[in-house]
Design a protein around this ligand. Structure first.
Ligand code: F6R
Length: 609
């Protein structure tokens, strides 16, 4: 949802900002722009399209200056165009913005009444005018920004420059992420860490309602009343290489292949390898909460929601605790029956998804404790939760989520075993069996990944179809949903996930040789049932692609194409069955020539509603 970069220091700002924008391009990629303060004055360049189009625009120009702002856009107000691209300028004030200003219409007409003229259709432009208005009435740069932000309603991360105050930039955060990077005689801020990592590992995630006045040497934080706050950066143990492609064609492919590693890293230090006990002391789930626990409620969006759906099967099976799962954007606008005895679990890769943030705030209001499963350290969701269980998947850059999903599942297994043991719902020997099963998953995944060519072959055969149905039962149902989501988001092919037992209540009417049906049919309690569903599709001349367990030969006979995964405890199969579906979607997208890492209309972190 838009990426911001601001740099002030001793180096040329332009290459640093362009590099940062490329690293943030996953957040939005319909237009971009830079503003650099040079000896000759301000240079603003904006371009519709990808960052490469902006780079082409500026590469032959000499835009030398050591202070600048950059922005990559995901349009909300105003279509993608050069004029609507950021930065926006009003007089001497330049602004880049991530978020949505809800009261922009009224502010715009008030400013128009005061003689301001607008050049774009964006909500952002009013911010520049508002600050300019306050400066004109005699306020300092800092005071004008504070006055303006106190008039704004909505979500905003801002980078602001004032041409007449060239020794500082201002960064503001309210409900949209912003990270400050502390360098040596240089400072940088950005919407996400990858833009900062090449320059410094010392970072601070800004809190809502804060402003940072950033010079080359000092960062001064205040709240929106102007009260000074301490700015204590943390050292983050992440290298820039972790956010690069490392020889793979796309980030998505790299991240699919990183999964055995990501899962192992997520388990590391949480399983005591001699006793096979799960230890999640870091999440600090108190005895009092556990003993009173009546219900667990997952809230999440997209792929993370699918992890929550699988979590329902896993936690109910292992612990007997009832589990509900909510899409965060639904949860936040109903009257949820959540109380003290409910543990709300928020799942989020980015930790910045606006609807999930709103959902946890609502859950807390109802007295529920919140535990989050997050990939990004110190992100808003992590900070606002009572308990955090970090996935250690490393930075996920591809817009389509892959390694975050399997790491989230890994965290859910650990959590289920941990809660089950502490409440005595899982006998010790059974818990050891679960742990052994989990530990075996990464090497099974390695074997699946070695068969990428088989999946690329199946993808080739089916890449020209325009509709797919994905079916699964039990724990494989969320996997079917996730497989369909991956295909639609990166290849733009219509794909529908459905519980296989439901097809006779409607979707079977769609079955034809033109609509391949992907079955996730693993050994387990509903194996015979899903075989029947496959027969039903076969009887109607449907084309069948199956993901099945190694001894699922009967299913192979019924299928036009099959891919085998190793047999394991049914509850642990989602990690193994989803990876072939990720690769299948990936290869179909590559064959169809879509932009795999940056699919149209999407953005990595959905920080607006
Ligand atoms: C799909 C995808 C999205 C995210 C969703 C939630 O591949 O990436 O559906 O899963 O936007 O994002 P997080 O997990 O960051 O809250």
């Amino acid at each position: 949802m838009c990426g911001i970069v601001g740099y002030i220091g001793k180096r040329h700002a332009l290459p640093i900002i362009l590099d940062g924008l490329k690293r943030l391009e996953y957040r939005g990629y319909d237009s971009s722009g830079v503003a650099i303060l040079t000896d000759k004055g301000l240079s603003i360049k904006r371009k519709k399209g990808k960052i490469k189009d902006l780079i082409e625009l500026v590469e032959h120009e000499s835009i030398d200056g050591t202070t600048g702002l950059g922005h990559t856009r995901w349009a909300t107000h105003g279509k993608p165009s050069d004029e609507n691209a950021h930065p926006h300028r009003a007089g001497d004030v330049v602004v880049v913005h991530n978020g949505i200003i809800e009261n922009y219409t009224e502010l715009r007409s008030a400013l128009k009444g005061r003689g301001h003229h607008f050049k774009s259709e964006t909500d952002t432009e009013i911010i520049a005018h508002l600050i300019e208005d306050h400066i004109k009435s005699g306020e300092s740069f800092e005071q004008a920004v504070l006055s303006a932000v106190n008039q704004l309603k909505g979500s905003f991360a801002l980078g602001i420059m004032h041409i007449k105050t060239p020794d500082k930039l201002i960064a503001v955060r309210e409900s949209s992420p912003l990270v400050l990077g502390f360098g040596n005689s240089e400072n940088i801020f950005a919407s996400d860490m990858p833009a900062i990592l090449p320059y410094t590992n010392k970072m601070l995630f800004m809190n809502d309602g804060t402003m940072a006045v950033v010079t080359a040497d000092v960062v001064q934080l205040t709240d929106f009343s102007g009260k000074k706050l301490a700015a204590q950066p943390k050292q983050f143990d992440i290298s820039p290489a972790m956010a690069e492609k490392g020889g793979y064609k796309h980030f998505m492919q790299k991240e699919i292949f990183e999964q055995p590693h990501a899962i192992t890293d997520t388990m590391r230090d949480r399983i005591l390898f001699d006793t096979k006990e799960v230890n999640l002391a870091e999440a600090r789930i108190e005895e009092k909460l556990l003993n009173s626990l009546k219900r667990i409620n997952f809230v999440a969006c997209g792929t993370s929601y699918h992890a929550g759906l699988a979590g329902k099967y896993i936690i109910e099976e292992m612990t007997g605790i009832p589990v509900d799962v909510d899409v965060a954007s639904e949860f936040r606008y109903r009257s949820p029956l959540v109380e003290k005895e409910t543990l709300t679990i928020a799942i989020s890769q980015s930790g910045e998804t606006a609807d999930t943030i709103a959902a946890i705030r609502l859950a807390k209001k109802h007295g529920s404790s919140v535990l989050s499963i997050c990939n990004v350290m110190d992100s808003t969701i992590a900070r606002e939760s009572d308990h955090v269980l970090y996935t250690h998947a490393g930075p996920e850059i591809s817009v389509a989520s892959t390694k975050a999903f399997t790491s989230q599942l890994t965290s859910i297994y650990l959590l289920a075993i941990h809660i089950g043991r502490r409440l005595n719902r899982i006998p010790k020997q059974q818990a050891i069996k679960y742990v052994d099963t989990l530990i075996a998953i990464p090497s099974m995944l390695d074997n699946i990944l070695k068969q990428e060519d088989t999946l690329a072959g199946i993808a080739k055969e089916y890449s020209k179809h325009s509709d797919f149905l994905y079916l699964g039962r039990g724990i494989s149902y969320p996997v079917a949903l996730e497989g369909a989501l991956k295909l639609k988001e990166i290849s733009y092919i219509h794909a529908e996930g459905y519980p296989a037992g439901e097809i006779k209540h409607g979707p079977i009417a769609l079955v034809s040789p033109d609509m391949p049906v992907v079955f996730v049919a693993v050994k387990g309690r509903v194996y015979e049932k899903i075989k029947n569903n496959i027969e039903e599709v076969k009887a109607r001349d449907g084309k069948i692609i199956s993901i099945t367990t190694v001894d699922g030969e009967e299913i192979q006979k019924l299928s036009d194409a099959s891919f085998f995964i190793p047999e394991t405890d049914e509850m642990f199969t989602p990690i193994l069955s989803v990876v072939p579906l990720q690769l299948f979607a990936y290869h179909i997208a590559v064959l169809n020539g879509t932009d795999v890492d940056q699919p149209k209309n999407l953005a990595k972190s959905v920080t607006v509603e």
